[in-house]
Design a protein around this ligand. Structure first.
Ligand SMILES: Cc1cc2nc3c(=O)[nH]c(=O)nc-3n(C[C@H](O)[C@H](O)[C@H](O)COP(=O)(O)OP(=O)(O)OC[C@H]3O[C@@H](n4cnc5c(N)ncnc54)[C@H](O)[C@@H]3O)c2cc1C
Length: 459
């Protein structure tokens, strides 16, 4: 039977679910169409033998006010979890040993991560001229303002942790707009940060609740799947078509005809006034085959990091007792892993009482083909690295789950400019079509929530 709806949302990951939440709140007539039989996209929690492990993110950052606002709406459906203070400490591997990333001035002076030359030269950072090339890469920017050791042992591990990426490819204007704007608007990272903090303190009173929440790290009690399920409930489960295959969208006279196969094999047909896509860039040529090929190529050429994520659990942990969020590894160290998070250290109920849960990341843009290795090969690479890095005598995990992502994290490089122009052209050519998802506007959970709310607002 052909159904007429106002809005179709393609994809039930965090972006699509947030959009759906706000559409429901506004009383709209909509459907969310999802290929998988479960909601959440990249965000899933597994539970096995006393371990609660994440596939995808373990935490997000409240980098905008939309996160706290959304959780206020979800009260009673899921509960925010504040990680322990350990979450603020991070290690960086330096010459094979974990070094705490300094947070204060004294720590910064004493740390072996950066050379004396670069530490002294940092004093001159506020006086260096801002860059003039808008497509300068992050490596070029950091070398120009901070020095090589900062690039190798602060920025490179940070970028590996966030993007599984390469600072030599990412363009700050697109990948780290806040950092880019610090230099462009205030002339320097250090001076700009100080001025911005002063301006904010003037505008936002200290008692402001939203200010207190700003930049806090968050998770959800019992795992982030509970957050996805809460959004699914709040958006109305009756508004979802899950397990859909062969989706096609055809525009005709200002409306969109949508067909696909339900999970039970039956065919559905919908007509919608508006379509919002939230899938990866690599899906769009199949989903929107009516779009001009050249414009579409500017979108589908988006590069992605391929990543392996391994949930590693021990009932009785006998190795080094970490006291931090995790440890990140610069590519200079030539290791097989990108980094390790310690979820059982900073989140509740993630491992049995005396045990430990780790989330290990491998692959990334510099080692994109590692995802093709077999489970046995991955296991033996892990054994070598974890025994060495976590001071473990014998590698006998009680939980080992390997997850492979062929399109884990989009890499915002210089080609974003042409991509964003193509997206704008397509949207103005096809009224009622909105292309969202993490192909633009940021990759973090807070960015996805912000975009989801904005997409709902637009329609
Ligand atoms: C390994 C990993 C670690 C991460 N770590 C962090 C972290 O620590 N902190 C953080 O903030 N962020 C992290 N992220 C990023 C964050 O999880 C993602 O940016 C976010 O979840 C993406 O949500 P989305 O809804 O935009 O996309 P997705 O989650 O990809 O959802 C898109 C949905 O569309 C569906 N779909 C695709 N094609 C079709 C089609 N043709 N028809 C119907 N449905 C379709 C997919 O099945 C999927 O469910 C991580 C991501 C990964 C992969």
């Amino acid at each position: 039977m052909k159904q007429t709806i106002d809005i179709a949302v393609i994809g039930a990951g965090l972006t699509g679910l947030t959009t759906a939440h706000y559409l429901k709140k506004a009383g709209k007539n909509f459907r969310v169409i999802e290929r998988k039989k479960v909601v959440g996209g990249d965000i899933q929690t597994g539970h096995e033998n006393g371990f609660a492990f994440e596939q995808g993110p373990s935490t997000g950052v409240m980098s905008n006010e939309f996160v706290a606002e959304l959780f206020e709406d979800l009260q009673g459906l899921c509960e925010l979890e504040r990680p322990t203070d350990a979450v603020n400490k991070r290690y960086v591997l330096y010459k094979g040993k974990w070094e705490a990333l300094p947070s204060g001035l004294m720590g910064g002076v004493k740390t072996p991560l950066f050379t004396w030359k670069d530490k002294l030269s940092l004093l001159g950072e506020p006086f260096r001229k801002p860059g003039t090339n808008p497509n300068e890469t992050l490596s070029e920017l950091v070398l120009r303002r901070m020095g090589k050791s900062f690039l190798d042992y602060a920025i490179d591990p940070f970028i590996i942790g966030v993007y599984a990426g390469d600072p030599g490819y990412l363009v700050p204007r697109f990948a780290l707009p806040k950092l880019y704007n610090l230099e462009q608007n205030y002339g320097s990272f250090i001076g700009g940060s100080v001025k911005m903090m002063r301006e904010k303190a003037r505008i936002e009173p200290k008692t402001d609740k939203k200010k207190k929440e700003k930049n806090r790290i968050f998770s959800v009690k019992g795992g982030l799947s509970n957050f996805m399920q809460a959004l699914y409930q709040s958006a109305g489960t009756e508004n979802f078509l899950l397990g859909v295959a062969g989706l096609t969208i055809v525009p005709e006279n200002g409306i969109y005809h949508i067909t696909g196969k339900n999970a039970d094999g039956s065919i559905f047909e919908l007509t919608a006034n508006k379509v919002i896509t939230t899938t990866g860039a690599y899906e769009l040529d199949k989903l929107l085959p009516f779009v001009d090929e050249t414009k579409m190529q500017n979108i589908t050429n988006l590069r992605y990091a391929r990543v392996l994520q391994i949930a590693l659990g021990f009932n009785q942990w006998m190795g080094w007792q970490p006291d931090a969020f995790g440890g990140l590894i610069s590519h200079k160290e030539n290791r097989q892993i990108l980094g390790v998070l310690f979820p059982s250290v900073f989140l509740q109920g993630r491992a049995p009482e005396k045990g430990a849960l780790f989330s290990v990341f491998m692959g990334g843009v510099r080692n994109n083909n590692l995802v093709e290795k077999s489970d046995d090969e991955i296991r033996s690479l892990l054994e070598k690295e974890i025994c060495d890095l976590m001071k473990l005598q014998e590698f006998k995990p009680d939980l080992i789950r390997i997850f492979r992502y062929n399109h884990a994290i989009p890499q915002y490089g210089a080609d974003c400019e042409a991509r964003f122009a193509a997206l704008d052209q397509i949207q103005s050519e096809y009224s009622g079509l909105y292309i969202g998802g993490n192909l633009r506007n940021g990759i973090g959970m807070a960015d996805r929530i912000k975009q989801g709310k904005e997409l709902a607002g637009m329609v």
